[in-house]
Design a binder for this molecule. Structure first.
Ligand code: SF4
Length: 419
């Protein structure tokens, strides 16, 4: 590989590492004759290095030159950093070379903005088009659409990318104006809308003509930076909830603010990214997408921010003793899902298993219920009524927080799943 390309790769992969929205789930496509690469139903396998880099997708910027000056971004025009840009051919060849060497399984392509949105977007689209049509690359591609890009270019990108994302970045227009005065939410929502329209339109056409190409089969995603501005978790989750009402919106990513431009006094002074808050938001997001919780239940009028000491499902349960205890042998699926210690799989198994016989603690344990948590919120065959009715929620809270601290180290606490 030429030294100039290696140099560009170093600069542009490094510039891309702060963007976390590179999940690749949600598309399934097998190897085809005469093509290389494939994607799996659960997406490309990827791992993250300690500093957050995604290592199995080639996560790269087309260029780190940018005409904008967003306060929170390392690539802002006023930063004195080394700049580089690929040509379309260079980036396509590099991707293929990495793929052939088995370094990567897909591409996550983003970019700074050169000249204007369409000028940049057009070059990015050419990269992915080249990969698909010249190299017959059939692997995963996630491309970030440039805010303000035209409908034609978004539509064209949708024919080659598996996933498109347009980043909201700062959750409220007011804060965006403060930190990135050259941007507005309108320029984000428009391409989001074009993607949505494209998904619907191509789906309809595929019903009539089987040969109609697929349009962003893995849907769209977006990303918000958490902690660079003062929006509460309630503001953030309400916005996510609205975004999820868009049929094609698959994921909202929450990226803890990393203070790369500490000289800018519009930004908060942080020693480290707010990882626990980021993790709590992901858990709350999970509750909205899979546990039938509404944003305003997770963060109600009295709780503008998520409890950092415990996951949002447990926090909700302790705020709502009137909902518990529930009878595990009679409650409906939605009620069972709300019990701390019971996940989706266990809830489904409970509903099936109790058709044959009434369930007791031992059977629940075998099903996978985490009784250490669930015991305070349920009763079942032969169980004592030792529940949140008879034990004060404050006591339960303390007991569960203590047991969590005893079992998990701090890193595991951040990554714990919701049950
Ligand atoms: S437009 Fe994007 S790349 Fe440019 S400064 Fe803003 S966040 Fe950074």
């Amino acid at each position: 590989m030429k030294d100039t390309i290696v140099k560009k790769l170093e600069i542009l992969a490094d510039s891309a590492k702060y963007d976390v929205s590179c999940s690749s789930s949600g598309v399934s496509r097998n190897r085809k004759d005469g093509a290389i690469g494939n994607t799996s139903g659960w997406g490309i396998c990827h791992t993250y290095t300690e500093d957050g880099r995604c290592v199995s997708l080639l996560k790269i910027l087309f260029t780190n030159v940018c005409i904008y000056d967003c306060a929170y971004c390392i690539n802002r025009r006023s930063n004195d950093i080394e700049r580089a840009s690929f040509t379309v051919k260079e980036l396509a060849e590099l991707t293929i070379e990495f793929y052939r060497r088995n370094y990567i399984e897909g591409l996550f392509l983003s970019s700074g903005i050169v000249k204007n949105a369409d000028y940049t977007m057009e070059r990015m689209v050419r990269v992915i088009k080249e990969l698909r049509t010249t190299y017959h690359y059939n692997g995963y591609i996630h491309m970030k659409s440039i805010p303000g890009a035209s409908q034609e270019l978004v539509y064209e990108a949708g024919l080659y990318a598996d996933r498109l994302s347009v980043n909201i970045e700062i959750p409220s227009e007011h804060s965006l104006k403060l930190l990135a005065p050259e941007k507005d939410h309108q320029s984000v929502y428009k391409p989001m809308h074009y993607i949505q329209q494209g998904v619907i339109q191509y789906k309809e056409e595929r019903k009539k003509f089987k040969k109609t190409p697929r349009f962003v089969p893995a849907g769209q995603s977006t990303q918000m930076i958490i902690g660079a501005s003062n929006e509460s978790d309630r503001d953030i989750l309400k916005l996510s909830s609205l975004l999820y009402q868009r049929q094609s919106m698959k994921r909202v990513y929450y990226s803890g603010f990393i203070p790369v431009n500490s000289y800018d006094n519009r930004l908060p002074v942080l020693k480290a990214a707010p990882l626990v808050r980021e993790n709590r938001l992901y858990q709350a997001d999970w509750l909205m997408r899979f546990y039938q919780f509404k944003a305003e239940e997770i963060v109600d009028g009295n709780t503008a921010n998520l409890d950092l000491d415990m996951d949002p499902k447990l926090a909700w349960a302790l705020r709502h003793p009137e909902f518990f205890p529930i009878d595990i042998n009679k409650a409906d699926y939605a009620e069972i899902l709300r019990v701390p210690g019971i996940g989706i799989k266990s809830a489904k198994l409970i509903v099936t298993a109790r058709k044959h016989s009434k369930l007791d603690f031992e059977q629940l344990r075998k099903i996978g219920v985490v009784l250490k948590r669930a015991q305070y919120f349920i009763y079942c065959l032969g169980s004592p009524l030792s529940t949140s009715y008879s034990i004060n929620p404050i006591t339960i809270r303390q007991m569960l927080i203590n047991s969590q601290k005893n079992v998990l180290n701090p890193e595991q606490q951040q990554l714990s799943l919701i049950l």
